[in-house]
Design a binder for this molecule. Structure first.
Ligand code: CMC
Length: 427
């Protein structure tokens, strides 16, 4: 394989650009020297651009492969658990038995938030969207944990990483409880990470709550499947924010803001809203006509990278079956409607030609609903799970001595230079 490409420009001038191989996936053309030509490259939406070098997550969109630190997502979803996946993403290796225990102990020991932070919520309206509260409260962590803001100190970075993984479920559950007008639940550190989250969401002072192990496992899988996904929009946002030297809590708040959009983390919420709008199986044909006329999209379908199948969707579909069986919800009309949409879309030439398949969010919304989690919390759950991915990428970037502030250029197509006209002389 060629290890450089030669570009000809301005007729007869040439420039050689090195080709860098990865351990997996396509090689990349290193265009850093390209600016010598006096031009820039143009790639809105980053369709052909690698924004960084990373050792964390690998995706092969054509083959439907997703690896965290080299471990296939299918193996992690079956044999591992979310906290172990967090360890793998942060440290790059599976923990040995002692490391696993120590990691779990440390994370679970730091689940409480500063008591003053609980008062922060009172400033929000009760009907505030939980993602609006997440952006604000997670950003505010930088005002509470000022002893872990020195990004150049590896110990500060480690403490911030643990704090974020430990406290994000507590804050997420508080957003829900505040919406509901329910008292906040303190974490119970003897529970597993995921069972504790369900406890903080659903326990009341009046009744005992024992998380159902099948549902705990299903939610833990949702966390695992959402833990990282290479250089997606929110991860790139975290990296860009972090490249200026901003503190980790502020960077994660930036990631949460980006995740909120319906083309990214807001999609599972959009799937449920879409199912509500369609209403019944009888309305599916008319809805599909609207999709083909581009009046609306089939939410939960399509992906920028997966053009064959989304490996997370396969696992999620299986989890969906397990949960619906456990709860006796197989005949649930909403689930039946989702299955009808899936069936039609998978056999319709519009979707086949465009390689549009169900993505993870098509099924995760159904599972979350079955778990009793309201639609407005779906993207919060995604943010909770993705925090470890964001912070691992942030840490990888900050640890790189060659880190540069992210500063793209543009193709300017606005007005040429012109002189200011006094207001009295304007037409
Ligand atoms: N329903 C109907 N048509 C679609 C859809 C859809 N969900 N997604 C793409 N298309 C069409 C699109 O209109 C275009 O058609 P044409 O070639 O005739 O112009 C073609 O497929 C290619 O689409 P694109 O917009 O160029 O693809 P993209 O890679 O820019 O967009 C996407 C990827 C995920 C934003 C898009 O598929 C989408 O909006 N899907 C629905 C939202 C969704 O489910 N998002 C969750 C993604 S998975 C979670 C995550 O990782 O964040």
């Amino acid at each position: 394989m060629a290890n450089k490409v030669t570009l000809t420009y301005n007729g007869d001038q040439t420039i050689e650009l090195p080709v860098l191989p990865g351990t997996l996936g396509p090689s990349v053309v290193d265009i850093r020297a390209f600016s010598k030509t006096g031009m820039f490259t143009f790639d809105p939406g980053f369709l052909a651009t690698s924004s960084c070098e990373s050792k964390i997550t690998f995706i092969d969109g054509d083959e439907g492969q997703l690896y965290y630190r080299g471990y296939p997502i299918e193996q992690l979803a079956e044999h591992s658990d979310y906290l172990e996946v967090c360890y793998v993403l942060v440290y790059g290796e599976l923990p040995n038995a002692a490391q696993k225990v120590e990691f779990e102990k440390t994370v679970m020991k730091h689940t409480m938030v500063h008591d003053q932070l609980t008062r922060f919520f009172n400033g929000f309206r009760r009907d505030a969207h939980p993602m609006a509260m997440m952006v604000g409260v997670v950003g505010a962590l930088s005002a509470f944990y000022q002893d872990s803001l020195d990004i150049n100190d590896p110990e500060h970075r480690k403490v911030a990483i643990y704090r974020l993984i430990s406290k994000i479920p507590t804050i997420a559950a508080m957003c829900y409880r505040y919406n509901q007008g329910l008292p906040f639940n303190y974490p119970k550190n003897e529970l597993s990470y995921t069972a504790n989250f369900l406890h903080m969401m659903f326990s009341t002072p009046c009744e005992n709550y024992t998380p159902n192990p099948v549902l705990v496992r299903a939610l833990d899988r949702i966390f695992t499947l959402h833990a990282d996904h290479e250089q997606n929009a929110s991860t790139s946002t975290v990296r860009l924010a972090g490249s200026s030297g901003a503190n980790p809590f502020a960077c994660i708040a930036a990631g949460i803001a980006c995740l909120w959009g319906p083309s990214h983390g807001g999609a599972n919420e959009a799937v449920l809203k879409m199912l509500d709008e369609i209403g019944s199986v009888d309305n599916v044909p008319a809805f599909m006509e609207g999709v083909k006329a581009k009046t609306h999209k089939l939410m939960g379908f399509g992906h920028r990278v997966y053009k064959n199948f989304d490996p997370r969707a396969k696992i999620m579909k299986q989890t969906c079956d397990e949960v619906l069986n456990e709860l006796g919800l197989r005949d649930d009309p909403q689930f039946q409607l989702a299955m009808k949409l899936e069936e039609i879309a998978l056999s319709d030439p519009y979707f086949i030609e465009r390689k549009l398949y169900p993505n993870v969010d098509f099924y995760s919304g159904i599972v979350l609903t079955a778990l009793g989690i309201p639609v407005s919390m779906f993207t919060v759950i995604f943010a909770l799970a993705r925090t470890v991915g964001w912070i691992s990428h942030w840490n990888e970037m900050i640890s790189d001595p060659g880190m540069k502030i992210g500063r793209p250029r543009q193709l300017y197509t606005g007005a040429k230079r012109r002189d200011y006209v006094a207001v009295t002389d304007r037409k």
